[in-house]
Design a protein around this ligand. Structure first.
Ligand code: UD1
Length: 335
């Protein structure tokens, strides 16, 4: 069965392509390389020993989508492509809304035109805004997003539900990711943000490897056990496997489905730092600084619906995430 993966060379997309190939799917990837590297094509082939088709195109490009749907018998789409830097989205809202919304609209338009109805969407726990209760279930209130990136995810969720109403065969599976970290255990695939990282894990690994001097911990006066922010970190390989389960669900049933993909465990910033030091035997110097505007104290999932309906749960622990993240960066730096 042929499936289309948009953004298939990015952090989460590439790990999902590996799982899809290993499960026997024929994969077509579209990626414009705006936040990914062409090397990833060979890395995926090396890990899996399998081939796939790659188009260097932007998902907003209707002619490119026409060409792909004409050439391939696409049965389902996994849509990862999108801009995701929170701070940049505040500076460039038009760019973020244009790219994230238009790509999804064009993709859905072409899917309906070519009779393809199964759509797996990368959403985010950010759609819950500042949580009223924890752990977060899929029934919790959504909205109240504080930046255009988060709002684009919230809007797309609504758009997908509206398309389903107009055509009940159109089946979106909306996956709300918590905090994806880690890397492929081979050390070949991982997260490689351009410039100075904004997210915690990419920053920690660069401090540990000596590329950056010191980690700034954004606030130690939150209402959490050690005062630092608590999040639900999930290994990217577990997350990728969640997409396969979601795909099987969509292929077997019509409807609208929404799942949290998290572990259900909350860890603080200092938990990560100390665990990273212990697992990898390196120091991560840090200093406490002011809170980062827009941050919340705690956010973690109730992932039980995904277990119940998809048979999926995260298997890897914090130590795996710490070890694999560091292995990837060391391998990068070997070159
Ligand atoms: C962020 C995004 C979220 C997105 C997710 C993707 C914001 C406000 N939210 O989540 O929309 O879906 O990334 O993974 O950016 N921290 C530090 N020092 C740092 C970096 C982070 O102390 O240098 C702390 C933060 O205050 C937070 C925790 O680490 O408590 C996690 O931060 P981060 O990795 O940026 O993720 P989120 O903010 O949870």
């Amino acid at each position: 069965m042929e499936v289309l993966v948009t953004g298939g060379l990015g952090f989460i997309g590439s790990h999902t392509v590996v799982e899809l190939l290993e499960d026997g799917y024929q994969v077509v990837v579209i990626d414009d390389l705006s936040n990914s590297s062409i090397d990833v094509v060979d890395k995926i082939k090396e890990i899996t020993g399998k081939d796939f088709v790659f188009y260097q195109k932007n998902v907003c490009d209707l002619d490119a989508l026409d060409m792909i749907f004409q050439k391939h018998s696409i049965q389902a789409v996994l849509h990862f492509a999108g801009y995701k830097a929170v701070g940049e989205s505040v500076q460039k809202p038009i760019l973020y809304y244009e790219n994230n919304l238009l790509s999804t609209l064009h993709l859905c338009q072409k899917m309906l035109e070519y009779g393809c109805y199964k759509f797996i969407f990368s959403s985010s726990a950010t759609v819950y805004g500042d949580p009223e209760v924890l752990p977060l279930t899929e029934k919790c209130k959504v909205g109240g997003t504080t930046n255009p990136y988060g709002t684009s995810k919230f809007m797309i969720e609504q758009i997908l539900k509206d398309i389903h109403v107009s055509n009940p065969k159109f089946t979106p599976v909306i996956l709300r990711y918590f905090n994806p970290i880690g890397a492929h255990p081979s050390g070949y695939l991982g997260e490689k943000p351009n410039g100075i990282p904004n997210n915690l894990m990419p920053y920690i690994v660069r401090v540990a490897s000596g590329e950056l001097e010191i980690l700034s911990v954004f606030g130690d006066d939150y209402d959490t056990p050690d005062g630092t922010g608590v999040r639900d970190y999930i290994h990217v390989v577990d997350l990728a496997k969640g997409h396969l389960c979601a795909l099987k669900k969509a292929l077997g049933e019509d409807g609208v489905f929404v799942y949290n993909l998290g572990t259900g465990c909350g860890y603080s910033v200092l938990d990560l730092v100390h665990n990273f030091e212990k697992v990898n035997g390196v120091k991560v110097p840090y200093k406490i600084v002011d809170r980062r505007p827009g941050d919340i104290a705690s956010c973690y999932a109730d992932p039980s619906l995904a277990l119940q309906e998809l048979g999926w749960k995260a298997e890897l622990g914090l130590e795996d995430m710490m070890r694999d993240s560091y292995r990837f960066i060391l391998k990068q730096n070997e070159k």
